[in-house]
Design a protein around this ligand. Structure first.
Ligand code: SF4
Ligand code: SF4
Length: 340
């Protein structure tokens, strides 16, 4: 596995003490605004904290930007021409190339959005892809991909994407991917703070350019249903306060890299705590099986054994383990319990 340690000598040439603000431009391509909604709900830190405590200046954002029309175009061109330093370019949604590679299906400020992406990525010190669509195409890039969508530096698991496999920002690092559908709000704001405060050295990216601090462990890490996973006690319906969602409802918690049960949503809960299976939304293959009928919220099995098992486990031993685990389960494994 290739790991990127985010050392960036050019940031040293751009000393923080001389730069009181960290300028951000956030644009949306083929998107549903879900990541914007998530970002606006961030709590640790909040979007207001970014501005008041961490010196981040949001030059433009689809829901927060003040400039319109000619003023917005001037702002974007000023960044591209180097009149305004662009520290972080955040992109949400896919890069739409249709029809026929022109990008005309997604025009913004009088140009195809993909042209803005290409120009801004060339001058930005850092580029951050927020959400699955910007990271690797997400739902819009499902076959037959009519919008010819790509992620910034990946198309699903394949490296390359719109900017190409060799792309590096002005600071010399690849696109930083914060996947999820949507990405957890605090993953977004905490990475922006790490960049703004010159703490990127603390962050290591995995082979899919995800910060390990959020994506090294699994959704299952910290799930309150782990003991029921071990006893093979199943949850039969959404929202039940008993059992584990792996055996019948298709939970991908053991196979999905995310910190959803370590950094809770709204600091309160997570999908699995609420009785909803993890859909694996932080992985490049999401949505799995291209949403074919019968594959969503349903564990795919062969002779009663889940087709996909936790990574690193051997199938035969796993099958044996689950038989023994079920027999060994105590009576209370089938009772309701506090999941939150
Ligand atoms: S509900 Fe999902 S994440 Fe939680 S223990 Fe079961 S399989 Fe793992
Ligand atoms: S629990 Fe799973 S599907 Fe839900 S946000 Fe986390 S990684 Fe995505």
């Amino acid at each position: 596995m290739r790991l990127y340690k985010l050392r960036h000598p050019s940031f040293a040439l751009y000393p923080k003490q001389l730069r009181l603000m960290t300028n951000i431009i956030w644009l949306q391509g083929g998107a549903c605004s879900g990541n914007t909604m998530s970002f606006l709900n961030a709590e640790e830190p909040t979007v207001c904290d970014l501005v008041t405590d961490f010196g981040i200046k949001i030059l433009w954002h689809p829901s927060l930007g003040l400039e319109l029309g000619d003023n917005l175009q001037s702002l974007l061109w000023d960044c591209i021409l180097g009149k305004i330093p662009l520290d972080i370019f955040v992109f949400e949604g896919t890069v739409v190339n249709a029809p026929n590679g022109t990008g005309e299906w997604n025009r913004f400020a009088h140009r195809p959005m993909k042209n803005w992406v290409s120009d801004l990525a060339k001058v930005a010190k850092f580029v951050v892809a927020v959400g699955d669509c910007a990271s690797w195409g997400g739902i819009p890039a499902m076959a037959p991909n009519p919008t010819e969508s790509q992620g910034l530096q990946f198309l699903k698991r394949q490296k390359g994407g719109f900017l190409g496999a060799d792309y590096r920002s002005q600071a010399g690092v690849p696109v930083i991917n914060i996947p999820g559908c949507p990405a957890h709000p605090d993953w977004i704001t905490q990475i922006l703070v790490a960049i703004a405060t010159g703490r990127l050295d603390d962050i290591t990216l995995d082979e899919f350019h995800r910060p390990q601090t959020f994506f090294k462990t699994f959704t299952q890490t910290g799930c309150t249903r782990n003991i029921h996973f071990a006893y093979k006690a199943t949850t039969a319906e959404f929202g039940q306060r008993k059992g584990c969602l792996f055996y019948d409802l298709g939970c991908r918690g053991p196979m999905t890299h995310s910190s959803c049960n370590r950094i809770l949503w709204n600091r309160v809960s997570s999908k699995t705590r609420a009785g909803m299976p993890c859909l694996g939304c932080t992985e490049p293959e999401f949505p799995f099986h291209d949403l074919k009928p019968g594959t969503v919220f349903k564990t795919q099995t062969v002779m009663g054994v889940p087709k996909e098992i936790p990574p690193g486990m051997k199938k035969k031993e796993y099958a044996l383990l689950t038989v023994v685990a079920k027999d060994a389960a105590p009576d209370w494994a089938d009772e309701e319990f506090f999941t939150v």
